[in-house]
Design a binder for this molecule. Structure first.
Ligand code: HEC
Ligand code: HEC
Ligand code: HEC
Ligand code: HEC
Length: 592
């Protein structure tokens, strides 16, 4: 690790809400407890700045009973922003999730009567031609009941060092504002990896049962000082009083980078004299990932290769898509840990609308194009492109190559979008999203810049949903949640349906998450909670309705086919409009 830069001196001070003006009074304590990385920097006087020092959110993880070791900057103030607990047992017979009750670290939990809530088959077959089925269970007592997590600091000998941090995680019920985390997702999943058909697991022998606790987006940010002798954090859960998990802590004295995450987008191609780009232009952009102080996380010109990132060789915290290794599933499993770095462009703003054309897998593997063309103005009424880092043929193609050779390909920090020759003039939105995982902090960032196309006059999007802020405010604001994006005009290019993930679509995701959650604090059938007009919900499709509903009447089954996909209803055809005569309104929708 290169030690040229140092964290601000504050990281060597202890104390409550410190002011930076006090920094020069602090001295860097030696670190008698933990193994050392570098040594404290000498105290230097600093200009007075009346800024309270913000505590840093950290993510804790326990995997099959073992706390995942954590490196944290020494001497800082922290709060718990995320907890992931997972336990699993393999099985050769289909016993639902009963193995978890008998054999796992979660066996001692009160199980009550878990309910199978949803079943989903992955669209793409496995390498050997079999299919994967997931069954999602809820309603077990431990999933439903109110409970509390606690965190303590321990020294090298396991003795507690400071007070106990109490984190009430609430129940499977709307948050009363007292729960420690906005997102509380507890569930059990049965995986079947060798189903002979996409709708049938007869004869399967390869099962995995897992229990998951996913807590994120701290709303109570009780900060604690990291004690200089802390060598572990001990996590306990009130529902498992006989267990505790030790998360080894390695204190890092001179971290190379600061906490925080920023993404810059720079336009390298100059616009015309009026500041706008002509339809048909090729526009070159540069992405730069930085820490919270603006220090770049990679050299100019390149980003790390995929293999460098997944092997853990990258110290700066840059992340790429990792669902190959830790599968993620909308709402039900670890979508926050998918960590895709990607960019999109959509426009013109006045024509932004849902994209319902399915992006084929072949678009991700095309040899001659880095960019996926999502929205075609003639077909979709809006232009939209996206691109992933590394480019999709390397990223996804690498998973189909037994040698994974494309995962060693260089990754440029430059990309190009071509504005179509028939582009409608207006403001186009270019957005980049990513995640950084650095010294215990696991955070998203999204940046959107505007680009004028064919006119200097700015245009805007009129949304027919929103404003969403009744529930998404404060720490749960869309600017903080998920990928930290509160510009809802800029959701749709990344969120088109994909051949291998039909639920990519944004209305499917939003209906699904809010309808499956027990935490949605409004009557679900009252569409007017999110929809501003009845007209905005008049385009009836399987995907629009079956992203909340799990079934429809027999005559619908006969006419439109059975419900086979928990997210979108059926297959690619789920996005087609089924009627413009029926369902102009919804019972109790809030619209007359
Ligand atoms: C630059 C691309 C991009 C943009 C823009 C974008 N998303 Fe996403 N979104 C993703 C990716 C990729 C994921 C998968 C998780 C990850 O990698 O962060 C995701 C995941 C999601 C999920 C699933 C979360 C879960 O828990 O299962 C929802 C819901 C979502 N996005 C909604 C939105 C909304 C609403 C907006 C606009 C305000 C938006 N997205 C903008 C790329 C994007
Ligand atoms: C009546 C309250 C309410 C309204 C209105 C609401 N939400 Fe939510 N939203 C929630 C709750 C509660 C959750 C957490 C669900 C869970 O994890 O159990 C959530 C979760 C989400 C997530 C997932 C975040 C993640 O990290 O996975 C996204 C994205 C989101 N909402 C976007 C929106 C958008 C966009 C709108 C407006 C169109 C909206 N919400 C309107 C209550 C609301
Ligand atoms: C949690 C917020 C939320 C709730 C509650 C909600 N919707 Fe939606 N819905 C959305 C969002 C966001 C979109 C996408 C809007 C867009 O992109 O223009 C959408 C889109 C739709 C669409 C259009 C799909 C398409 O192809 O364009 C329909 C139809 C729809 N919703 C029906 C309903 C009905 C019926 C209800 C009530 C029973 C409902 N929604 C409740 C958030 C919500
Ligand atoms: C945001 C979630 C959501 C969406 C989207 C949604 N619904 Fe509903 N719908 C509900 C809820 C909740 C109820 C009331 C409880 C129930 O009967 O399931 C309901 C009730 C209904 C009923 C009355 C059922 C009965 O037996 O009384 C019909 C019919 C219906 N929905 C049709 C639709 C159609 C058609 C669409 C798509 C245009 C749609 N819904 C979209 C949540 C939704």
């Amino acid at each position: 690790m290169n030690r040229k830069s140092r964290l601000p001196r504050i990281f060597f001070c202890a104390g409550g809400i410190l002011l930076l003006s006090l920094i020069s009074a602090c001295s860097g304590p030696e670190d008698p407890g933990a193994p050392r990385t570098g040594s404290p920097a000498p105290a230097k006087p600093m200009a007075a700045l009346a800024q309270p020092v913000e505590a840093i959110g950290i993510a804790l993880e326990v995997e099959d009973g073992a706390g995942m070791p954590l490196q944290i900057a020494a001497g800082g103030r922290y709060f718990i922003d995320q907890i992931d607990l997972r336990d699993s047992v393999a099985a050769a017979v289909d016993r639902g999730i009963d193995g978890l009750k008998g054999e796992s670290a979660f066996a001692a939990l009160h199980w009550g009567t878990p309910v199978l809530e949803d079943t989903h088959f992955l669209v793409l077959p496995n390498a050997d031609g079999t299919f994967t089925r997931r069954r999602f269970y809820g309603d077990a007592d431990w999933i439903r009941l109110d409970s509390v997590m606690t965190v303590e600091q321990l020294d090298r000998d396991g003795a507690p060092l400071a007070g106990i941090l109490r984190l009430p995680i609430g129940a499977a019920a709307p948050d009363r504002g007292e729960d420690a985390f906005f997102i509380r997702r507890l569930r059990a999943i049965q995986w079947t990896y060798d189903c002979p058909m996409r709708d049938d697991c007869m004869g399967a022998k390869n099962f995995l049962e897992e229990a998951l606790v996913e807590l994120r987006h701290a709303r109570r940010r009780e900060a604690f000082e990291l004690h200089e002798r802390t060598a572990a954090l001990r996590l306990r859960w009130s529902l498992l009083p006989g267990s505790s998990w030790k998360i080894p802590v390695h204190q890092v004295w001179n971290p190379e980078y600061a906490y925080g995450f920023n993404i810059d987008i720079e336009t390298l191609t100059s616009p015309g004299a009026d500041g706008s780009y002509a339809p048909g232009s090729l526009v070159e952009f540069r992405i730069t990932l930085r820490d919270g102080t603006g220090r770049r996380l990679h050299p100019a010109g390149s980003l790390p290769t995929y293999n460098e990132v997944i092997s853990g060789a990258v110290d700066s915290g840059i992340q790429y898509y990792r669902s190959f290794f830790d599968s993620s599933t909308v709402y039900y499993r670890r979508k926050h840990r998918e960590r895709m770095l990607m960019v999109q462009m959509i426009g013109p703003a006045q024509n932004v609308q849902p994209i319902r054309s399915v992006v084929p897998l072949s678009a991700f593997l095309a040899a001659d194009d880095d960019v996926q063309h999502i929205g075609l103005p003639g077909r979709d009424g809006v232009f939209a492109d996206f691109m992933t880092f590394p480019v999709a043929r390397d990223l996804f193609g690498g998973s189909f190559d037994p040698e994974h050779a494309p995962w060693n390909h260089p990754v440029s920090d430059i990309w190009k979008f071509t504005i179509p020759p028939d582009a409608v003039p207006g403001t186009y939105l270019v957005t980049a999203k990513g995640r950084r995982v650095y010294l215990g902090q696991d955070i998203p960032f999204t940046r959107t810049i505007d680009l004028q196309v064919g006119t200097a006059e700015r245009t805007t999007t009129t949304l027919d949903t929103g404003p969403c802020t009744d529930c998404h405010s404060g720490h749960a604001a869309l600017a903080n949640l998920l990928h930290a994006n509160d510009n809802r005009a800029a959701c749709i290019a990344c969120h088109a349906p994909l051949e291998f993930e039909l639920e990519g679509n944004v209305h499917v995701r939003l209906h699904f998450i809010h309808s499956r959650s027990d935490r949605f604090p409004a009557p679900l059938e009252r569409c007017s909670t999110c929809h501003l007009t009845a007209a905005g919900m008049s385009r009836v499709s399987q995907s629009a309705c079956l992203s909340c509903h799990k079934s429809y009447p027999e005559d619908h089954v006969a006419q439109f086919g059975p419900v086979t996909d928990m997210y979108v209803g059926a297959s690619e055809g789920s996005f087609a409009q089924c009627t413009d005569a029926c369902h102009a309104t919804h019972p109790d929708s809030g619209f007359d």
